[in-house]
Write a protein that binds this ligand. Structure first.
Ligand SMILES: [Zn+2]
Length: 323
């Protein structure tokens, strides 16, 4: 083989590899109709979870909310398309924590898929509060909001079949760990990514929604997300700017945040990004997170329907019109 053809073949191989790697992360407007997102509906789904009480493993609120989420998702995806992946872990008191990742598949026979996720558990302590730090938090935003938006998307998918397969994965045990004890955070996403319910599952990408419901929330481009799938982040943030939501989806790079998206991205081939309320400065108080984070203030009064609307509109435009 002469040098020219060798170089040519190498070049073609490189191009095709690049295309294959990125093909799921190329976006353009498809001219399709995009259904409407109801912030009122998403809000009511958050309220419902908060009404059950904190969703801490081995508590009444956790058990009842699990049943509610399973039934709600069955009503939208069909009873054969919802699956709960049960798992356990040893808690700080030495007892066994009973947990479950809740999964719903829309267009289950479609090979071309994306994954949308959130954590449905809530934190068993208010370690950022000044009082009652050992008590459970309501978790309206941290836990409740991501699930609320995804339930509203599920309601929409039931009436308007999305153009490809969509899996909603609600992780349990995200927020169990004490500060700094990362082994006891992300219990559900770690179990899920090491025990895939569907062997060889390879959606184009995943989007994690975490703390997406507070009034005046800010979502800089979280730093790990920019490493895993920069095209996807840029596309979502451009959609947001086009809709006038640039005050929520800030066009600036955020910090690197340990969350379920990092666990899944590191343990599987699935690039997952995180839409998460945080700051680059000390604006949020003692940390990069908002003041209500891991306190008893994380309750319904801090939830803003305008924020839910912004997140929902951006997600629907991506899913129905850009993929
Ligand atoms: Zn949290």
């Amino acid at each position: 083989m002469n040098r020219v053809s060798y170089v040519l073949i190498l070049f073609v191989l490189l191009i095709s590899c690049t295309q294959e790697d990125d093909s799921g992360l190329q976006f353009s407007s498809k001219g399709r109709t995009v259904p409407a997102f109801s912030a009122d509906s998403a809000y009511s789904f958050i309220q419902k979870q908060v009404d059950f009480g904190p969703r801490v493993p081995n508590t009444y609120g956790h058990t009842e909310t699990r049943k509610y989420l399973e039934n709600k998702l069955r009503s939208y995806a069909g009873s054969n398309s919802v699956f709960s992946q049960e798992f356990t872990s040893i808690g700080y008191s030495g007892g066994r924590l009973n947990m479950a990742n809740i999964i719903a598949a829309f267009n289950p026979t479609e090979a071309d898929r994306i994954m949308l996720c959130a954590h449905w558990d809530t934190r068993p302590r208010a370690d950022e509060d000044t009082a009652r730090t050992a008590d459970y938090i309501p978790g309206a935003d941290d836990g409740g909001s991501g699930v609320g938006v995804l339930l509203e998307l599920a309601r929409i998918f039931a009436d308007n079949p999305p153009p490809l397969g969509v899996d909603i994965v609600l992780f349990d045990g995200e927020d169990y760990g004490t500060q700094g004890d990362l082994d006891n955070y992300f219990l559900g996403s770690r179990f899920w990514s090491k025990n895939p319910p569907v062997p060889g599952y390879s959606p184009r990408f995943g989007i994690l929604l975490d703390m997406v419901g507070a009034e005046n929330a800010q979502f800089p481009k979280e730093s790990y997300s920019m490493t895993y799938a920069p095209n996807l982040v840029d596309e979502l943030w451009e959609i947001a700017a086009g809709k006038g939501y640039q005050d929520y989806f800030l066009n600036e790079r955020g910090v690197a945040i340990q969350d379920d998206h990092k666990i899944v991205s590191e343990n599987t081939d699935i690039p997952v990004i995180d839409i998460i309320h945080h700051y680059n400065s000390s604006e949020g108080g003692s940390s990069v997170f908002p003041k209500h984070w891991h306190t008893h203030q994380d309750d319904m009064p801090i939830i803003g329907k305008e924020t839910l609307q912004a997140v929902g509109d951006v997600m629907l435009e991506l899913i129905y019109n850009r993929i």
